[in-house]
Structure formats: structure tokens, C-alpha cells
Design a protein around this ligand. Structure first.
Ligand code: PMP
Length: 376
């Protein structure tokens, strides 16, 4: 829930609630307007008398939802006619194998970058379907930087990149590095999609679990250039073939209706807030505030190379374990939730997705500075 959640119209909430500041990595904060409207829709969707939870996926009511979810995403990403938008099941983890299943023949080669646990998982799945070469890895230094000096075999059918590394807190800032390779690009954008401007049409395929910048858990978004499909020799199960989902407008079977509805509301919110252009400005301001706090501190220590820092997930440590524990307790007491680092990295991780208000990052950095003073 956002810092201040005022639910004017909902019978469920009768007053302003000072909610927690939610820095969780996902499922994560969504705009309070989305929570408000969605809570209404559970009771009575668009004055239909029906709950959104009981609306059939082939009804006119849901048709309008999915159409808006697709068209708003296309508009926000400025997609050309070749790029199709799909809302699918199975989370980003299903895309780890659905992508190579659709694009990589048994004897063909795909190139992968290995810059986080998620990239490693994608590589493992791709190896089930064809040849895989890891062209760049930062495993040697515990994923604390991004390896930029790498060569890609020109025969690769695609190059796979994780644009933002959610666990370790790095993000590729200059994507021209990939564009220049002149190889079809596939990107896992689960944790930074719609957070910054880029030419999305330069990618053959983009996938993202929705539960960070797009909406609720239970659905993932795939943006695919339809011209790259239908080239592999293997037989594909019906549900795994992107072409079937394109043909069925993401209604091949019962889709996650409520999760798609939340995506539609979140995308509508983003559009009304000035789209990706304005989101990027807000994200830059939040990240600057947080990283400036780390850089002027003698207690907190950022864990990744400065030039590769993620604007979405900032990871840092406190050297003294006793002080670390104390800091965590203070965060809990002050209603700052989701600040604990991933179980593999330890330390702290502050996620600042699109819906995170500047005020929440300000409240956290004030707390960090005050805490540091007590340690001086
Ligand atoms: N890729 C990245 C970059 C992620 O951050 C995550 C989840 N946090 C995943 C993939 C896996 O997503 P899912 O849980 O939706 O399968």
C-alpha cells in the first residue's frame, strides 16, 4: 500500500490510513488509484452489478479490458505494426523456456549474458533446446558489475539480455551496446520495463513478469516481433506457440482475468502520468536521492559498480552485523517494509518501481541519515 492511502469511495476504508512504505522487489507497490479502483471492481465492475472476479473472459466487459491493456501498452512503448503484445500465464520463468522453444533449433546457437541469478536460470532452460554460448558473465565478481567488452558469434539466432538485474542491483544503462551487435535481441525486462525510454522496436522479443512495473502477479507480458516466429523445426505444444496466442488475442484459454485487469489500470495510470518520459524523470530523481545518500555515508556501502547501478533496485550493506540488525529493526518500527536484501545477497535492497512515490524514498533516506548520526 502507498504511504498515504485514502480510499474515498470504498466502503472498506473509512479514513486516511498511514500505510507502510513498501520497498519490496515484487510483487510490489502499485499506484493507490489502482488499488482503489480495483477494490471497487471486485464488488461491482463498471456498474455491471458483477464482480470483475466473475466476469467471463469472452464477454464484452472483459473484451474492453484486454483491448485497452494491449493498446495502452503498444502506445506507451510506441510499438510498430510488427510487434504484438501478449498477456500470458506462467510468469517470466515460463519465458525462460518458451523463448528458446519458439526461436532456437536444436543445432542452432543462442548467445546469453549472465549477470544475475535470473540470467543463469534463463541459460539453463535454453540449453534444453539448442546450443547456448554465454558471451558475457559477471559471476567472477559476484555479479557486482556488467561486462561490456564482449563478442557475439554472428551466427547466433538471438542474443539474450536481462536489462535490469533485480537481485544484485545492476542495470544496463547503454543498450546501444546490444543494438550494435546486429543480432536479434531478446530481453528479460521483468524489473525495469516501462521505467525508462528506449526503442522497444529494436527487440525481437521482450518479456516481463507483470508484478513490478506493469501490474499484479499472475500474468506476464510478451512483446514479440511476429516476423521472428515460425522458423524452428520442432513441433510446439499449442499453449507454447506464440503464434496461437497472437491469433487468439491472448484468449487462447482462460486468461488471468483479474491480473490483466490490474495491468490495464496500471497502464492507464502510467499514461495519465505522462507515460514513460515522465516516469523516467521520477525514477531518476528517486534513485539519485538514494544513491547520493549511500555515497555520502560512512555506514552504508553500495555493492555494485557505480556506472552500472540500477535505478529500480538499489542494493547496499552495512559492514557491522550488529548495526545491520539494528537498522532493520528501525525500518520495521518506522513502517518501511521490504528493505531486506535477497536471501542470496544479504544486506538491503530498496526497490523503487514506477509506482513508488518520491516521498517514500525521502522518508527512507531521512531515516538512513538520522540512523547514521546516532552511529557517529
Ligand atoms: N526475471 C527477472 C529479472 C526477475 O526479477 C524475476 C522475478 N523477480 C523473474 C525473471 C522471474 O519472474 P517470475 O517469478 O514471474 O517467474
Amino acid at each position: 500500500m502507498n504511504a498515504e492511502t485514502q480510499t474515498k469511495n470504498s466502503p472498506l476504508f473509512s479514513k486516511t490510513v498511514a500505510g507502510p512504505h513498501n520497498f519490496g522487489a515484487g510483487p510490489s507497490i502499485l499506484p493507490k488509484e489502482v488499488f482503489e479502483e480495483a477494490s471497487q471492481a471486485v464488488i461491482n465492475f463498471n456498474n455491471s452489478g458483477l464482480s470483475i472476479l466473475e466476469v467471463g473472459h469472452r464477454t464484452k466487459l472483459f473484451q474492453a479490458v484486454i483491448e485497452e491493456a494491449v493498446s495502452t501498452l503498444k502506445e506507451l512503448m510506441q510499438l510498430d505494426r510488427d510487434h504484438e503484445v501478449l498477456y500470458l500465464h506462467g510468469g517470466a520463468s515460463t519465458q525462460f523456456f518458451q523463448v528458446p522453444m519458439n526461436l532456437l533449433d536444436e543445432k542452432a546457437l543462442a548467445s546469453y549474458t549472465d549477470t544475475d541469478i535470473w540470467g543463469t536460470k534463463a541459460i539453463k532452460e535454453a540449453k534444453l533446446f539448442g546450443e547456448v554460448e554465454v558471451v558475457a558473465s559477471s559471476k567472477d565478481k559476484n555479479y557486482s558489475y556488467l561486462p561490456k567488452d564482449f563478442v557475439v558469434d554472428p551466427s547466433s539466432v538471438y542474443l539474450h539480455v536481462t536489462t535490469n538485474n533485480t537481485i544484485y542491483g545492476t542495470q544496463w544503462q547503454d543498450l546501444s551496446l546490444f543494438f550494435n551487435k546486429k543480432i536479434p535481441l531478446v530481453a528479460d525486462m521483468s524489473s525495469d520495463i516501462l521505467s525508462r525510454q528506449m526503442d522497444f522496436n529494436k527487440f525481437d522479443l521482450i518479456y516481463a513478469g507483470a508484478q513490478k512495473n506493469i501490474g499484479a502477479a499472475g500474468v506476464n507480458v510478451v512483446v514479440v516481433n511476429k516476423n521472428c516466429l515460425g522458423k524452428v523445426n520442432r513441433q510446439l505444444p499449442t499453449m507454447m506457440d506464440y503464434r496461437n496466442h497472437i491469433e487468439a488475442n491472448s484468449l487462447l484459454n482462460t486468461p488471468p482475468v483479474f491480473a490483466i485487469y490490474i495491468c490495464m489500470l496500471t497502464l492507464r495510470w502510467l499514461k495519465n502520468k505522462g507515460g514513460i518520459v515522465e516516469a523516467e524523470k521520477r525514477n531518476n530523481a528517486k534513485a539519485k536521492l538514494l544513491y547520493d545518500t549511500l555515497d555520502t555515508s560512512s555506514v552504508y556501502k553500495g555493492t555494485v559498480a557505480k556506472e552500472d547501478r540500477s535505478l529500480m533496485n538499489a542494493v547496499f550493506t552495512i559492514q557491522n552485523p550488529e548495526v545491520e540488525k539494528e537498522f532493520l529493526q528501525l525500518c520495521e518500527k518506522e513502517n518501511m517494509v521490504g528493505v531486506k536484501g535477497h536471501r542470496t545477497t544479504g544486506g538491503f535492497r530498496i526497490s523503487m518501481y514506477n509506482a513508488m512515490p518520491y516521498e517514500s524514498v525521502k522518508a527512507l533516506t531521512d531515516l538512513m541519515k538520522n540512523f547514521e548520526q546516532t552511529k557517529a
